[in-house]
Design a protein around this ligand. Sequence first.
Ligand code: BTX
Length: 324
Amino acid sequence: RNVKLRLLEAFAESDQEFVSGQKISEVLGCSRTAVWKHIETLRKEGYEVEAVRRMGYRLIKKPEALSAAEIQSSLSTSFMGQAVHYEKSVPSTQKIAHQLAGEGASEGTIVIADEQTEGRGRLSRVWHSPVNTGIWMSCILKPKIPLSQTPQLTLLTAVAIVQAIEETTGILPSIKWPNDILINGKKAVGILTELQAEADSVHSVIIGMGINVNQEARDFPDALKTIATSLKLEAGNDISRTSLIQAILYNLEQLYTAYLSAGFHPVKLLWESYAVSLGREIKARTLQGTIYGKALGINDEGVLLLQTADGTVEKIYSADIELS
Ligand code: BTX
């Protein structure tokens, strides 16, 4: 942290001019090679640093942090996002949302952070959540629905996010059942739905959304480079996280309200219009084993229907799917 502060001070003193690598190595008391590493660390945190041979380094842009006030400033919802719990860095926004839900937080409360150090996906997988580049957000819902219908909320959220991305960036993503949003075949969004429930009564549904917004290719770890993308990479320009959050909250509230009064069917139609892989041969890896078949669609519960070679239609409640 000290190194970072001294580095930022050196840039501040230079007043937007280049600072030579030599000067930085003196200020930090490290080698020229180490200077490069520190610059890379800054970049990973969302600082834009220009490097020019023989000139040195120049700080072009500091990362833009989110703020609850800004998110709420022109938010046109009646309950979604009307309570915002913002933190700079957290292990996982899901954890905090679970805690707040347990303490009686109101419906529509969101937890949002600029960075997650232990962001998670399904089955305890890791969700890479670097600072100031994405939307790492959990939303608390309290629907009065049976437990069996809660997977519908994952699909509903996917639709809300796709609509918001389209409105904000002009990009039309597609949805891969159940919870991936893809752009040009690469994952830009993940959704994680978790429950606080008892027997058959749902207390709270915590919907976690991870959206890659302003990452550059170099911000992704090697393992994700070929499978993940960000809105900026696809659109070619920076995207305002605040505007996108507001659009998501608005669409989420609209769809959720319609869902509570009219049921899943309207959401299902929208979902199908954005879905890839329907009608195609897929491979579904479930905890019980792998099934191959043709994806027929989803039923009114939100369950994937898979027709296997012998003609039987299997219901898939939870799986990772791939085109086969
Ligand atoms: P998932 O299990 O479908 O996907 C996790 C997989 O996706 C990982 O194993 C990895 O291959 C890949 N992956 C990891 N990070 C990224 C990324 N940034 N972009 C693209 N692919 C990635 C998806 O789970 C559900 C993710 C929900 C994340 C949100 S963020 C706010 C909330 N807090 C929290 O801890 N999780 C949720």
